[in-house]
Ligand binder design. Sequence first.
Ligand SMILES: Cc1ncc(COP(=O)(O)O)c(C=O)c1O
Length: 395
Amino acid sequence: MPTPLAIQDLIGNATEFPILNRWQFFNHAGVCPLPRCAGDALRTFATQFENDAYLDSGFYRQIDALRTSAARMINAAPAEIAFVKNTSEGVATVAGGIDWRAGDRIVTTAVEYPANMYPWMDIAKRFNVELVIVPEETDSTGARAVPLQAILKACDDPRTRLLALSHVEYASGQRHDLLTIGAYTRPRGILLAIDAIQSMGVLPIDVQAMNIDFLSADGHKWLLGPEGAGIFYCRQELLASTRPLIVGWMNVINDQAYGDYDFTLKPDARRFECGTHNVPGLLALKASLELLLSIGTQSVSARLRELTDQLVGRLIEKRYDIISPRDEASWSGIVSFASPLRQTSEQHDHQAIFRMLRTDHQTEIAVREGRLRVSAHFYNTEGQIDQLIERLPDH
Ligand SMILES: Cc1ncc(COP(=O)(O)O)c(C=O)c1O
């Protein structure tokens, strides 16, 4: 188990987070920078492979250790974790792994990232499955969210096979209440498939308490890993009935028996891994994920709440409209907001603000679905948030 790290020692620490030397970086909901420990893992890998190839490296044992750490982060068993190349592969593994019947229903929302929409559209078309899409609404605070009750109501049909949901929606930052949702879906036999790329590592996830059946998350956002190395969880009881998306040499029990063919799939989640791993990617992900794990998701989450509260408070002072829900159940690390003058003033146009911050101030945010989106991580400082606010146009 990694030694617990004090979060205070890492905040604003440019040795551990070199990005702090050059950028005010607030796009962790897009693609994250690597912390030094992940860079070190890649450098060590490169040196080792230049000099000794895979011999005596211990890399494969480290990948097994990552399986254990990833499982611990979401309260799963290591046997329920597979490595995937991205979130899309995890979602598609679920979509392609179920024996769909004509007339089945899949429920999702109208604001999913396309990685969590096209696989279901594909299934709907191929198997005559109904895809039910729940829209986003404006709530009483002016925030945009898909109401919990609307999701549950959409599921309320005996033909519903699966609910596909992002834990945190990429454009609004809404966090869904998975404890309540999972308590509804499990007794009704509805599979709960979660895209967790916008939450894993920084918001608590407990696949058992939340009754999650499948979960997918690439490492390149809040987990602070490189692109192309991700985590897929499949609940133990569903392993045998979920068909692997791609079959290759590694899915089977005797994967080192080579020519002695025996097409018996592994009993654990490694049955979803078809061939050689992205070793450097997973080693870097291990370093980042274990850094977060050693701080503790609760501490990271509390820090994100502080930073996002500060940001939202200052944005309101500056008369921006807050789009992200901020109540206790729905807040996340994503803060989306809009200028009331975005359509009438060139200076307030969102793309213009985005470009001005990047070009004039080495400050990175994002524009998604017409909204400005800031996603700070725990190591960003209050001072950086203040600077960002100063640079935004007044109203
Ligand atoms: C909710 C969500 N899912 C998935 C992805 C990315 O998918 P992948 O890991 O397949 O690139 C993103 C990226 O923005 C996202 O916001």
